[in-house]
Design a protein around this ligand. Structure first.
Ligand code: F6R
Length: 612
């Protein structure tokens, strides 16, 4: 949450900062601002999106080869012009941008008020910059020292960049629990919350670790230290990302592009890891942990949102194939529940961004109790990926649309492969089921492509239901989590209430909601519970509900009773979620577009939830 970007070099900083903020806008978009140093320390900021900031700045002088920018997702204080970052210190000599939360800001603020400081904003960030200024003046130290002393006094999470009118050639950056990466160019440096604003200038980056600071001076090598003043040698990595992956490529929205990328992103997530011909699986990231899985008494998945839904599908997969008991936990509940954990537990954190604060805290808790911690992340080099003992990347490529789509199906592909691999290692699966599963998995990208060909038909269904005020999503077994995911996708981008339920639970309550106004989306592709789901559909029809059914191609029975059907190609039941979720993503997308919603940046949401 919140995107930060900074530049120091020989070029004009403003265009680089604005472009960078646009790339980071998925992280937060309620206000934006930039600071430029050019003799003067000039700050431009306003409520709204980066495009509003551009309009606001238009016509004013935007010079400076050192600068920083911020796009905000409000935590402390309403999203308005005043609370937008960057924030100035009392003397107006120092400026800061910040991603995170300073938890002890109230007591620090009180002490600063006693010392004569006044505050113009409601933010915790203004407290931090005044704390730095106070230390600088009181202790008569330079900026680097003052930042270091201040960071030893704050409790909470931060990625910060600080600049000073008196140090026109230096940026100071630091991080704890919020991500920060430095790009190293030719006579220039970049700082950003992730590598997306940096990639078009350089592939050489350094990821800061928690409690590390960087002192970046024009024309000099980076100096890195811990906030305890221990020297750190910068570890320079090469980015694997490419620029095209960050553009819309002719689609109206990133979300639509990402839905259509799924055949490729699933393929990329499986590529090199399996051969259906040879019957082999190679998951390099967990190869040293397979015996731990074999011996495991329990697997616990921790995740949030869509990634939590992947965990639910994984519960079916690991129990069904590998016969290991599984629990699936909301990371935010798990971390505060004093959970019972054993050293032979395997805890798997699932996260697209690899930065979700609750998931990170939950995995740290599991690690502290001695459990083996495995990560399934999409963003290479992300904090969760680095903090886990081992893991598998999903390789879905950058997901920019705030509503997760291709990351979900990539997670399902990797989790399916992992469950199958562990099942084989445990001897809990027959050779013919194992082989059949691998063959079916290899065919999935092609089958997703077939589902996507029904986009126009799905759009026509969306037209019929765009005015619905509530929607119910039902599924059973492997497709119960898909019902939850379909409902989440629908509500987060259309702002229309939608609820997912296990189909058989409907009669225990939600059936009371059903009338002729109520669209009920039923995922009815399960072979094992087919007759039961037909009965659930009949129960809805008997109450005049409208059925949109996701069925397997060639289905005639449900077609005869549902109002609309969307077919998916046949596959084994365990893999149906990867296909059945795709029409639900498209349905949500088209309704949101028809309702005029901001599909890629839905209100109140942010892509990477780095606060709890
Ligand atoms: C929903 C969505 C969120 C995320 C959740 C976890 O479309 O995007 O629910 O799934 O915030 O994020 P990650 O996977 O980055 O940990």
């Amino acid at each position: 949450m919140c995107g930060i970007v900074a530049y120091i070099g020989e070029k004009q900083a403003y265009p680089i900062l604005i472009k960078g903020l646009q790339r980071l806008e998925y992280r937060g978009y309620d206000s934006a601002g930039v600071a430029l140093l050019n003799g003067q320390l000039n700050i431009y900021k306003c409520k709204g999106k980066v495009s509003d900031l551009k309009a606001h700045v238009n016509g004013t002088v935007k010079e400076g080869t050192l600068g920083m920018g911020h796009t905000r997702w409000a935590t402390h204080g309403a999203p308005n012009d005043i609370n937008a970052h960057p924030h100035l210190s009392e003397s107006k000599n120092l400026a800061i941008i910040h991603n995170g939360i300073i938890e002890n800001y109230a007591s620090l603020k009180e002490a600063l008020i006693q010392r004569g400081f006044s505050f113009k904003t409601e933010t915790d960030t203004e407290v931090l910059i005044n704390l730095i200024e106070d230390i600088k003046q009181k202790e008569q130290v330079d900026l680097e020292h003052a930042v270091r002393i201040a960071l030893n006094q704050v409790v909470g999470a931060y990625a910060i960049v600080v600049m000073s009118k008196d140090n026109p050639d230096t940026l100071i950056a630091a991080k704890k629990s919020s991500p920060l990466v430095i790009g190293i160019g030719q006579d220039e440096y970049f700082l950003a919350s992730d590598a997306t604003p940096i990639i078009e200038y350089t592939k050489n980056v350094v990821y800061l670790e928690d409690e590390e600071m960087a002192i970046i001076t024009r024309g000099e090598d980076i100096v890195m230290k811990t906030i305890q003043n221990q020297p750190v040698t910068p570890y320079i990595e090469e980015l694997q990302m490419n620029l095209e992956a960050l553009e819309k490529g002719g689609y109206d929205h990133f979300m639509l592009k990402e839905i259509f990328e799924q055949p490729q992103s699933i393929y990329d997530s499986l590529r090199g890891r399996m051969s259906s011909k040879e019957g082999t699986i190679l998951l390099g990231g967990i190869k040293d942990y397979v015996q731990k899985f074999v011996a495991a008494k329990r697997i616990i998945f921790i995740a949030c949102g869509t990634s939590w839904h992947s965990g639910l599908v994984a519960e079916y997969l690991f129990e069904d194939l590998a016969r290991i008991p599984v629990e699936v936990e909301y990371a935010s509940e798990f971390r505060y529940r004093n959970p019972v954990l054993y050293e032979d537990d395997i805890v798997i954190a699932i996260s697209q961004s690899g930065e979700t604060a609750d998931t990170l805290a939950a995995l740290e808790l599991a690690k502290s109790k001695g459990a083996t911690v495995i990560g399934i992340c999409n963003v290479v080099g992300s904090t969760i990926a680095r903090k886990t003992d081992a893991g598998c990347y999903t390789h879905a490529g950058p997901e920019i649309g705030v509503a997760s789509t291709k990351a979900f199906t990539a997670q399902l592909a990797v989790l399916s492969l992992m469950a199958l691999h562990i099942a084989q290692a445990r001897g809990s699966i027959t050779e013919s089921r194992y082989r059949g599963f691998l063959t079916a998995l290899a065919q999935i990208p092609k089958k997703v492509e077939e589902v996507l060909q029904q986009n126009d038909a799905i759009k026509a269904i969306a037209e019929k239901y765009k005015d619905a005020k509530n929607c119910l999503y039902l599924g059973r077994g492997y497709n119960f989590p898909v019902a939850l995911e379909g409902a989440l996708k629908f509500k987060e981008i259309t702002y229309v209430h939608a609820e997912g339920y296990p189909a058989a639970e409907m009669k225990h309550g939600p059936i009371a909601l059903i009338d002729e106004q109520m669209p009920v989306v039923v995922i009815a592709t399960n072979e094992s519970a087919y007759e039961k789901i037909v009965s659930n559909i009949q129960e809805v029809k008997a109450r005049k509900g409208n059925i949109i059914a996701i069925v397997t191609e060639g289905d005639t029975q449900i077609k005869a009773i549902a109002d609309f059907t969307i077919e998916i190609p046949h596959t084994i039941e365990e893999l149906t979620p990867i296909l059945s979720v795709v029409p639900l993503q498209l349905l949500a997308y088209h309704v949101a577009v028809m309702l005029g919603c901001h599909v890629d940046q839905p209100r109140n949401l942010a892509k990477s939830v780095t606060v709890e």
